[in-house]
Design a protein around this ligand. Sequence first.
Ligand SMILES: NC(=O)c1ccc[n+]([C@@H]2O[C@H](COP(=O)([O-])OP(=O)(O)OC[C@H]3O[C@@H](n4cnc5c(N)ncnc54)[C@H](OP(=O)(O)O)[C@@H]3O)[C@@H](O)[C@H]2O)c1
Length: 245
Amino acid sequence: MDLNINGKRALVFASSEGLGKAIAKELVAEGAKVIISSRNSEKLASAAKEINAVDFIPCDLLVKGAARDLTRAAIEKLGGLDILVTNAGGPPTGLFKDITTEQWESSYQSLFMSLVEAVQVALPEMSKTGWGRILMVTSVAAKEPIANLTISSSLRAGVHGLVNAVSKEIGVNGITINALMPTFTATERLKELRPNAEDLISKIPMRRLGKPEELGKLTAFLASDHAGFITGQAIAYDGGSLAGI
Ligand SMILES: NC(=O)c1ccc[n+]([C@@H]2O[C@H](COP(=O)([O-])OP(=O)(O)OC[C@H]3O[C@@H](n4cnc5c(N)ncnc54)[C@H](OP(=O)(O)O)[C@@H]3O)[C@@H](O)[C@H]2O)c1
């Protein structure tokens, strides 16, 4: 199936490795002109070369205003923006009693306000062409909170509210907005953190971890012309993990 995104201009957040890189790679494979971003310039340069991204822009999403500057810089380099994929580094884990106010505030910037800042900048650009796709990587923890992922479970549920609320305003401009909820997916980081992932796998009905490239393909489809009637949704990539209807 031709996704018809050849030449579309895309920005993917937090994409020097892991899920973000897999998503960027699939968009490139479909012919999109992709800019990747993360904090570390060396990792970015290597990833951009590997996946054939058109460019990279360093950015620390923990910093207030950084996502706004990043999105503006990408628009300048690409001459506009058609596809925005937000992603971020994983927030601190821990029980509520152990999480500091500073951790809540920095995570709020990275997991929530960076998305708001990016969408504020992206919407006027997408509205100019009457076509746009906004995709936000969250987590299954946003729908069914996971022990120890207190920050992720809380703030990402808010992102789903944002996605649904904003979808009502922007459909008229030909722009869709959706969230993607991965379950445990075999990125290098997860493999390092959990070399023996049997306990995680046992909770997934398909009895395996997710594959970053599969999430990439799902994201590319949602960024395509064919997904133009899907908006305001939080779509699970979870091997059947979520129990709710
Ligand atoms: N993998 C899973 O099983 C899974 C499941 C559900 C949800 N998630 C969520 O999906 C996101 C990506 O997960 P992943 O497994 O792909 O992680 P990963 O392999 O550790 O990759 C994280 C990416 O984010 C970048 N990054 C980290 N902190 C950043 C910051 N402050 N500003 C900008 N970029 C930053 C990293 O590059 P730099 O170090 O160069 O900045 C890297 O490119 C995380 O938020 C995670 O919580 C993951």
